[in-house]
Design a protein around this ligand. Structure first.
Ligand SMILES: Cc1ncc(COP(=O)(O)O)c(C=O)c1O
Length: 443
């Protein structure tokens, strides 16, 4: 063993190993985690942090949720791998049955994979197989993953630089982004962006549309909640054109918005529903669920994943759903309502807080420069530098928050759904102090 490998792990050492041996990924790393529990993570120097970002909205049942860990350990003692598509495994069977119960409407049959991007890509393949068509419509500012198919749908060029070409035949339409809406002329929302889906289909596609793919609440785009009526109108338009509605619940699903699925807020049943992130509280698992009619378009051999439906991950997912339904979704709804009021107060108190929005425990505030006008003359200019400073200020004071959005100016609250009121209060007070301290260029 090398001397390097012999030395004990430390924050410094883990970071040095990242520099030396991992491919140079985006450098916005928070502290290395030694252990985590609930909404708290601890680094190798013994520092504790309040985590209101859940590893990008994943540990919905709380870091190291005891019931989830126990379920995974019990399955580890039985067997770890058999390939779900060669040897049927009981946890995958039970999870698929459970998903048929907890997903809306007639959604019934599931395919298991390992991640969100795979879930989205599989959903596109299924939509193509079912409809016999090829084209896909997605939203500008959306995020659906980084493999070439889902990257083609992702409506943000910053993820695509140097990576093109992706798959062909994808058109994009404006997102339902009320704060920076360029359609309703600053007047009341008339859901013109939903109607525009029709125009874009007519203009940019060639009567071969397989799917319209949307996030029910846009996560990476900056916690963008569509107006009432938008999702159902988009579904109607998709169906009018012979296409399926794929609702990507990868980030907004699994209780995050205070309902099991974000689609539930809008009373819309997706045709295909990709899932991942919160599904197994951190174990790698992805899935997409469809009605039997749609799912049965797949024939043996049409799609496969060696690791998909891993029994340990599926056992963890079953325990995660129990935990979510056992009170955590309710907590997300309750704490989310409280948080929403507090963030609205920040918007009222500070002109650099341009907009506060969200559902349940998927909330964000947009930081802006009130003296500059934003893109296309709509709303104040996004202030990404301020958002970066606020994030750093919080991190240095022991709070981990998300910084993101299409314009990189949104502070993202996506804590474990088990978070307590005291912890949320600490995070909101920290945010207020951070905005106060950094808004005039302070650190
Ligand atoms: C809505 C949505 N879809 C898909 C993905 C891709 O998931 P993964 O990173 O697991 O591939 C993400 C990731 O952030 C997401 O937010």
């Amino acid at each position: 063993m090398s001397q390097q490998t012999d030395s004990p792990p430390s924050n410094e050492r883990v970071e040095a190993q990242y520099d030396e041996y991992l491919m140079p990924i985006w450098k916005n790393l928070n502290v290395p985690i030694k252990r985590a529990s609930g909404s708290t993570v601890e680094d190798f120097d013994g520092n504790e942090y309040l985590d209101v970002f859940s590893g990008i909205s994943v540990t919905n049942a709380g870091h190291n949720n005891e019931a989830v860990v126990e379920a995974a350990k019990a399955q580890l003692d039985e067997f770890v791998h058999g390939c779900t598509y060669v040897h049927p495994n009981q946890p995958a069977a039970a999870l698929a049955e459970r998903l048929a119960e907890v997903t809306p409407g007639d959604l019934q049959k599931t395919f298991f994979c390992n991640s969100g991007t795979e879930a989205v890509e599989g959903a596109i393949k299924l939509a193509r197989k079912y409809t016999g068509s090829k084209e896909v419509l997605a939203l500008e500012m959306s995020f659906h993953g980084r493999t070439l198919g889902s990257l083609a749908l992702t409506g943000n060029k910053s993820y695509k630089a140097d990576m093109a070409p992706t798959i062909n035949d994808v058109a994009h339409v404006a997102p339902p982004y009320a704060y920076r809406c360029q359609m309703c002329d600053g007047g009341p929302c008339s859901c013109a962006c939903a109607e525009d889906v029709e125009r874009v289909i007519e203009t940019h596609t060639a009567d071969d549309l397989a799917a319209v793919v949307v996030e029910p609440v846009m996560g990476e785009g900056g916690i963008i909640v569509p107006p009432e009526g938008w999702l159902s109108r988009v579904k109607e338009i998709a169906h009018d054109h012979g296409a399926l509605l794929v609702v990507d619940e990868v980030q907004a699903g699994y209780g995050r918005t205070g309902e099991m699925w974000a689609s539930d807020h809008f009373d819309v049943v997706p045709d295909i529903m990709p899932q991942a992130k919160g599904i197994a509280n951190g174990l790698p698992l992805g899935a997409f669920t469809a009605s039997s009619e749609v799912a049965d378009a797949f024939e043996a051999g049409d799609h496969l994943s060696t690791f998909g439906g891993n029994p340990v991950a599926c056992a963890a997912a079953l325990a995660t759903i129990d935990e979510l339904e056992g009170g955590l979704i309710e907590n997300a709804s309750e704490q989310g309502a409280w948080l929403s009021d507090r963030l609205a107060e920040l918007e009222a108190d500070y002109d650099v807080v341009g907009d506060a929005r969200g559902l349940g425990l998927m909330q964000g505030i947009e930081l802006v420069d009130p003296d500059e006008t934003g893109p296309m003359g709509v709303a104040p200019a996004p202030d990404a530098e301020l958002a970066k400073s606020v994030g750093k200020h919080l991190r240095e004071r022991g709070i981990i928050i998300g910084v993101g959005g299409f314009h990189k100016n949104v502070m993202r609250f996506q804590p474990p759904l088990s978070i307590s009121r005291d912890q949320l209060e600490r995070a909101v007070e920290g945010l207020r102090t951070a905005v106060e301290a950094t808004r005039d260029g302070g650190a």
